[in-house]
Write a protein that binds this ligand. Structure first.
Ligand code: GCU
Length: 323
């Protein structure tokens, strides 16, 4: 787990220009050679160049600084300044973020891009910013599907009685319960061991995560339910952001856009590669019989989320009005 150190140019710039140097610390759950890792590294390298070293950073990969739940708090208290966060576990700290955790909220990944690359993405980032975290851009994490060590999931009834790991967010517990299963919220780095030792029967994630974590070695049935399409963000601390000059903010926004474009390109290639790696290792992919049987089971999940966070009702309407 290498960390990326970017200091030399920044230090030279302090010596020569006397300008303020913001040394940002960054959190990332994934390891090297993963789309979001490459994109975050590239963002920080370029940030340093375009601000003449006024912003420089160290990215800690592989979740070495802690789970995402820990990292959200660290950003809120100011001990990290940038991160590649999944919006999944973020709903616990920022209820508005739960909008993208609603199962089947997006028609597909392109629809998610159309929604988040427009005014709705800014609205969501503004809502997050009240909690000290803002998004400079939305990375891809494809769609998530179920995988387990017992059988293909074809109908919702196949989930009955099975135990699935979910990300730390009560909304996902409701999602599994709505299908008749049991859910165990757990940090990402604990899932492999839990699958291997039978603490859980299965989990759910996108193919690159399933492959990069070796979960496929211990859960061979991957069933294409595509129940969640959760974006990830190039997130920065609102406080650190507000300390920058407006010129540096503008320059970083441009770099964030480039980083997002890079990540999305890497992501689509990685999805195909991951699928082929796991298929060669004997994983069986299956389509589910009827996606609407899964989506219509989600009504109680929507009702509970709206009850807890009423603004989600208008968010849902906005998303559904975007083609
Ligand atoms: C994906 C996502 C991570 C997240 C993980 C999880 O891999 O990219 O940010 O932590 O899913 O299921 O916990």
């Amino acid at each position: 787990m290498r960390k990326t150190l970017i200091t030399s140019m920044a230090m030279a710039s302090i010596a020569f220009s006397g300008s303020a140097f913001s040394a940002w610390t960054g959190w990332n759950i994934h390891n090297q050679n993963y789309p979001i890792t490459d994109a975050l590294e590239s963002f920080m390298e370029n940030a340093e160049k375009v601000t003449d070293g006024r912003v420089g950073g160290t990215l800690y990969n592989g979740g070495v600084l802690g789970s995402q739940g820990d990292a959200i708090q660290m950003m809120q208290i100011g001990s990290i300044q940038f991160a590649g966060f999944s919006l999944g576990p973020m709903g616990t700290a920022i209820p508005e973020a739960n909008i993208v955790s609603l199962p089947f909220i997006f028609k597909n990944v392109d629809h998610m891009h159309r929604v988040l690359d427009g005014p709705f993405g800014e609205r969501l980032s503004d809502a997050m910013s009240k909690y000290g975290i803002m998004s400079l851009g939305w990375y891809d994490a494809g769609s998530r599907s179920f995988y387990n060590n017992a059988k293909p999931i074809v109908n919702p009834s196949d989930v009955e009685g099975m135990k699935f790991r979910v990300m730390n967010n009560e909304l996902y517990v409701g999602m599994i319960e709505a299908l008749g299963g049991n859910a165990t919220p757990m940090a990402f780095n604990e899932v492999y061991q839990s699958l291997k030792t039978g603490v859980v029967d299965g989990a759910e994630n996108n193919p690159p995560s399933y492959e990069s974590t070796n979960h496929y070695e211990v859960a061979k049935y991957y069933s294409l339910s595509h129940h969640l399409i959760i974006p990830e963000c190039l997130c920065v601390s609102t406080k650190a952001w507000n300390e920058l000059s407006s010129e540096d903010q503008t320059a970083l926004k441009v770099e964030a856009k480039k980083s997002v474009a890079m990540q999305r390109g890497l992501w689509s290639k990685r999805e195909a590669q991951s699928r082929s790696i796991v298929e060669k290792a004997g994983v069986e992919f299956n389509e589910v019989a009827d996606i609407t049987a899964f989506s219509s089971a989600m009504k109680p999940v929507y009702a509970k989320a709206i009850k807890e966070t009423p603004v989600l009702a208008s968010y849902i309407e906005t998303i559904q009005s975007i083609d």
